[in-house]
Design a protein around this ligand. Structure first.
Ligand code: GDP
Length: 455
């Protein structure tokens, strides 16, 4: 962390401004080489947390690269706790690239993905859950998802984990005396107290795990497929739902073909619409890939909105697919109820069913309610109730709980104190992985690899 890093922190493409961020102990020296303030003051670098107007120049030739605003931020009140300089250039690839080139030539090196945030963690400004939540804030899919991410950024999970860790330390202290005087071992009364504390710890950890299902929903969204035979109104339904709610379209590059994901916001719950091999475009999924393959694709979704036409009902082909789907994640949508023609619908009585008209909008509210019911299964709490939202956290908490369960069994069996303390310590360490107090370099790399360069 001795070197000074720099990167373009705004996304590629054209924008009003583009920002180059520089962090490290030489950030100010780098800035001095590449920045010419318009006000000819010598002491501009002393003026922390302020904007300075001027030009970025090539440090060697003095050639002007861009007209900029530059922010000087003196450590430790900065994102990384190091000296930071941010240069607001014009938001185009050439001025940004040239300015970055000048900054690198002046002594900074290109930052790795997530390296600014990693430094914020390593310098103790934020813990690991907060670092992770930065990405969740950036990628939040709905306003409710944002609330979940922000509460983690503020450290809600860390506070709860810290409290449990303190209790475990209490256990370890209780065992300490017995370890020092092995011939006495743990007294009956103390042993009873320790078991009670261990039970409390397990209860608290289980409470945290319970919020993970809801947390996952808000953070990752529900992978949803709108399926059905051609012309039943899948696209119309999608558009009707999109019209009702704000949609976010995200582009996920880096896959074999770039995937376009649309997120539909249904009462705060993000439905990530999966374009299952062009399911919505080709419309003849079954004809093209066969019933078996279609079933397989649909089985991979968290939610299937299966559309049929009111006048036609459920055909044999529909039924064959529907029978293979999980009842708990399928909604049968009978569309085009504005046309008065109706067919009987057989053999799907156990599926949640909603009648709608994508054309008139009738029934869409009920559909949304059904979606929320089904997805949440009555267990999804509000965004405010969520404490755990990442599989990594849930996994560490589960392991901590398992170690405590081992502790309980061992304590009941009269196992000596020094062995008991191993279980307690393992539990404490598993929780430490969450906040980063007992984290390995390897895990850190894995976490920050997810970030983009400049963050
Ligand atoms: P898809 O092939 O399943 O995506 O179906 P489309 O959304 O392209 O719709 C097929 C046709 O049905 C279009 O002409 C739509 O205008 C029409 N349509 C869709 N929904 C409704 C509806 O609720 N009522 C009526 N009357 N027509 C609809």
């Amino acid at each position: 962390m001795d070197d000074t890093i720099a990167a373009i922190s705004t996304p590629p493409g054209e924008g009003g401004v583009g920002i180059i961020r520089i962090s490290g102990k030489d950030a100010f020296q780098v800035a001095r080489k590449v920045f010419r303030p318009a006000a000819r003051r010598k002491d501009w670098l002393e003026d922390s947390h302020r904007l300075h107007y001027g030009h970025v120049v090539d440090g060697r030739t003095g050639r002007v690269i861009d007209e900029v605003l530059l922010t000087v931020m003196k450590a430790p009140r900065t994102y990384t706790r190091e000296n930071i300089v941010e240069i607001n250039c014009h938001g185009g690839m050439v001025p940004l690239r040239e300015a970055l080139r000048a900054v690198l030539a002046a002594g900074a090196r290109l930052a790795e993905p997530g390296e600014f945030t990693k430094r914020a963690f390593l310098n103790g400004r934020i813990d690991l859950t907060q670092a992770e939540s930065v990405i969740d804030v950036i990628r939040s899919k709905t306003e409710a998802s944002l609330r979940v991410a922000l509460s983690q950024l503020e450290g809600r999970l860390s506070v709860r984990i810290g409290a449990v860790q303190d209790k475990i330390l209490g256990l370890l202290a209780g065992l300490e005396a017995a370890i020092d005087f092995p011939e006495d071992d743990v007294e009956e009364k103390t042993r009873a107290q320790l078991t009670e504390t261990a039970r409390e710890i397990i209860r608290e950890l289980e409470k945290l795990i319970e919020t993970a299902a809801t947390g996952k929903i808000y953070r990752e969204g529900i992978r949803t497929v709108i399926a059905g035979r051609p012309n039943v109104g899948k696209s119309s339904l999608l558009n009707a739902l999109l019209g009702q709610e704000r949609a976010i379209v995200t582009h996920i590059p880096g896959t074999t073909r770039d995937v376009i994901e649309e997120t539909l916001n249904v009462r705060g719950i993000p439905l990530v619409l999966v374009d299952t091999a062009g399911l919505r475009e080709t419309q003849d999924l079954v004809e093209r890939i066969g019933v078996e393959k279609a079933k397989e694709l649909l089985a991979g979704a968290d939610l299937v909105l299966y559309v049929v036409e009111a006048a036609v009902g459920v055909t044999r082909e529909d039924r064959e697919i529907l029978e293979a789907l999980d009842r708990k994640k399928t909604i049968l949508i009978v569309n085009k109820i504005d046309l008065k023609e109706r067919a009987e619908i057989h053999g799907t009585a156990d599926l949640p069913r909603v009648e709608v008209s994508a054309l008139s909008g009738e029934g869409l509210e009920v559909l949304e309610e059904k979606i929320v019911d089904l997805v949440a299964g009555g267990r999804a709490g509000s965004p405010e109730s969520v404490v755990v939202s990442r599989a990594r956290h849930e996994d560490a908490i589960s392991r901590a709980r398992d170690h405590m369960a081992d502790f309980l069994v061992a304590a009941g069996a009269g196992v000596p104190a020094d062995i008991l303390s191993i279980d307690a310590r393992n539990s404490w360490e598993a929780l430490g992985e969450i906040t980063g107090s007992t984290v390995t370099e390897d895990l850190l790399d894995r976490i920050f690899r997810d970030f983009c360069i400049g963050k």
